[in-house]
Design a binder for this molecule. Structure first.
Ligand code: PFF
Length: 444
């Protein structure tokens, strides 16, 4: 069966970076950081990315490229008649869980793009912005409509296989997003009281580091780098035999982290300046950003372009999520690509509707005091992704083994890689131990 429905010719860096950079960086990272003690969270986050980012990402790439298959097929090929393919199924389930709540927020980027075009933020104060944000969540059908449109767009791209084109655009659009973030950062830092936000972001208060901060940082790192659920196995399966996977993993990790930190530099100084609590969660980004644009020359245009780019960043991430489910249905269940896409999209929307509705004031669906949206978010980032990543490094370190690993990352000995021993050591011992310890402390 042909595997070139998606991504055969696209630059793998653009594709993997497209998957990594998204709402996780600009929306979720500031939320998590704000709720988990600011600078202390940033420090732990950076340490985790530095130590685990490249090794875990490489592990996924190796599994994918060696087998040229989707996550389930890959484990079946490497260890037939074992329980390992279950890990692939967990990845597919996790993709569905993430899609369900991610598409809710992705839908908001469309609503906010339309509002930006209609100049609806002009002259509003922060209280009005906050009220309107809450009021918007209470209009269930509108949230679901945008969410449905977003999932439809994702399905369209995945089905048409025009991802190649999308990635080409995103090679231009994503640097543009970084550029706008840089401009915003300058404006934000120079707002009155902005430096308090920088202190919050960069000055770690070590007493704030608790088990739950550790697990949140771990989950955020995996979420942001799209690791631990098979997206990168799937993308790895498209990496060419002559590509250098280590430098690819390094570039993706670095650019993703840069965007997240930059988002922090944009959000927190402005939030402090406008009197928004760093723990404001969802509203932090959606309310703070328009306020910054209101304070800028040409703010209207910046605002429109920004929300369009944010939606594109979200789209390149949802494409990768849907592709995991579709690749499974096509290659393992043997459905056509068309039906696989329809089925996967409908399933995501069916669960996603409840995530959107759960944010209604007071009346939303909640489990144990958490909205259904938060439950899905927690389940994926704090449980499924760390568990998935743990199993993946254990697989590469202990089952696949050193010879096969070195063979893959050096392209059969063609690439000289002096640090390959260190990377393997991290994969075999450090990463499993670190993930397990953080995971257990987080649960206690
Ligand atoms: N990494 C994406 C982001 O930060 O927005 C979200 C994501 C995409 C998570 C794909 C997991 C994934 F498999």
């Amino acid at each position: 069966m042909s595997r070139d429905g998606f991504g055969s010719k696209l630059g793998i860096i653009a594709a993997a970076a497209g998957s990594a950079v998204g709402l996780g960086n600009i929306y979720r990272f500031p939320c998590e950081l704000g709720n988990n003690g600011g600078g202390a969270f940033l420090l732990v986050y950076l340490l985790i990315v530095l130590c685990l980012g490249v090794p875990v990402m490489l592990s996924e790439f190796v599994i994918g490229r060696r087998t040229q298959k989707n996550p389930i097929g890959a484990f079946k090929a490497l260890r037939p008649k074992s329980a390992w393919p279950l890990l692939g199924y967990m990845g597919v389930a996790c993709a569905l869980v993430i899609m369900a709540f991610y598409s809710t927020v992705a839908g908001w980027t469309l609503e906010y793009t339309v509002k930006a075009i209609g100049n609806q933020f002009q002259g509003k104060d922060i209280e009005t912005m906050e009220q309107e944000f809450v009021a918007f969540h209470n209009i269930g059908w509108k949230n679901i409509l945008w969410q449905g449109i977003f999932i439809f767009l994702t399905g369209f791209v995945v089905f048409k296989g025009v991802a190649n084109g999308i990635e080409k655009y995103s090679k231009v659009l994503m640097p543009l997003l970084v550029l706008i973030l840089l401009v915003l950062a300058v404006r934000s830092v120079t707002l009155p009281g902005g430096t308090d936000g920088l202190t919050f972001l960069f000055k770690p208060d070590f007493s704030k580091i608790t088990g739950s901060v550790l697990i949140s940082a771990l989950g955020q790192a995996f979420f942001s780098l799209s690791m631990g659920m098979g997206v990168l196995i799937t993308y790895g399966s498209y990496i060419k035999k002559e590509d250098n996977m280590t430098t690819t993993a390094l570039s993706v990790t670095l650019s993703d982290t840069l965007v997240a930190v930059l988002a922090g530099v944009v959000i927190f100084p402005a939030a402090f300046s406008f009197g928004i609590q760093p723990t404001a969660g969802m509203g932090l980004v959606f309310n703070t950003l328009p306020m910054i644009f209101n304070q800028m020359a040409g703010g209207y245009y910046f605002c429109v372009i920004f929300f369009v780019l944010l939606a594109v960043a979200a789209l390149t991430s949802t494409i990768s999520l849907l592709e995991v489910i579709v690749a499974y249905l096509v290659e393992e269940v043997h459905l056509t690509r068309r039906w696989s896409t329809v089925l996967a999209s409908v399933a995501c929307l069916a669960v996603g509707v409840f995530a959107s509705l759960s944010l209604k004031d007071g009346s939303g669906i909640a489990i144990g005091g958490k909205s259904f949206f938060d439950c899905l978010d927690f389940l994926s980032s704090n449980i499924l992704l760390p568990l998935g990543a743990l199993m993946i490094v254990l697989f590469v370190g202990w089952i696949l083994g050193k010879t096969a690993f070195f063979e893959e990352i050096t392209n059969g000995g063609k690439l000289k890689l002096s640090i390959k021993g260190v990377i393997y050591f991290i994969i075999k011992f450090v990463a499993p131990l670190a993930i397990a310890v953080i995971f257990i402390t987080g649960l206690l």
